[in-house]
Design a protein around this ligand. Structure first.
Ligand code: ATP
Length: 200
């Protein structure tokens, strides 16, 4: 891999949508949300340490993680959240770097939702931010998840503010229009990344 691009954006901004299209154009995509799900799935490497930290009740009768219970616990208790993150983040990071080392594509896209919040910019040569107005974010997340507007607003408020995120981007992609409207910018970014990767 000649270039590593970190892709971030607020909840429901369209990170997966953009990453999927860049993958179709030829990028090697690594999604940290997917890694997190795999680590906490049956036989995932995070399951034992999470059980050791939170007790056997954090597992359902079938041995899988009780995600609802865990979410409730870390939502109510910041120190529990910190404990969970101290287990998950190093494992996610290690898995991401392992996959990155195995990629054969010209450039890589690391999808990292909380890139700035978790200080992971050091892994990337460049940062691409997917941007939408808050109203669009709220509408799309509500439609997809059934969360209430208040719940979506609370999640948005827990993330880095839009202006600050955008200010820290090397590249921006505006996803406020329809999907097809992304195409010219996607092709432009793909060409830019391919060219930079080839020159390094
Ligand atoms: P999350 O942070 O929740 O993982 P995300 O940033 O990966 O979300 P997506 O999952 O790509 O965002 O998009 C959020 C929702 O909005 C999805 O239901 C997706 O289908 C929809 N969506 C994405 N882009 C558009 C668009 N341009 N027009 C209409 N709907 C869109």
């Amino acid at each position: 891999v000649g270039l590593v691009v970190a892709l971030t954006g607020g909840i429901g901004s369209g990170k997966t949508t953009v990453a999927d299209r860049l993958a179709e154009l030829g990028a090697g995509v690594i999604d940290t949300d997917e890694i997190s799900r795999a680590l906490t799935a049956r036989d995932g490497a995070a399951l034992e340490p999470i059980t050791a930290a939170f007790g056997p009740d954090i597992r359902l009768a079938d041995g899988t993680l009780d995600r609802t219970r865990l979410r409730r616990i870390v939502f109510a208790d910041p120190s529990a959240r910190a404990r969970l993150e101290s287990i998950l983040h190093p494992l996610i990071e290690a898995t991401m770097l392992e996959r990155l080392a195995g990629l054969q594509t010209e450039y890589a896209v690391l999808v990292i939702p909380l890139l700035f919040e978790t200080g992971q910019e050091r892994h990337a040569d460049r940062v691409l931010v997917v941007d939408v107005p808050e109203s669009v974010q709220i509408a799309r997340v509500m439609q997809r998840s059934g969360l209430s507007e208040a719940e979506v607003r609370r999640i948005i408020a827990s993330q880095i503010p839009r202006q600050e995120r955008n200010a820290r981007a090397d590249d921006l992609i505006d996803n406020s229009g329809e999907r097809a409207a992304l195409e010219p910018r996607l092709h432009e970014l793909h060409m830019t990344y391919t060219r930079i990767a080839a020159g390094r």
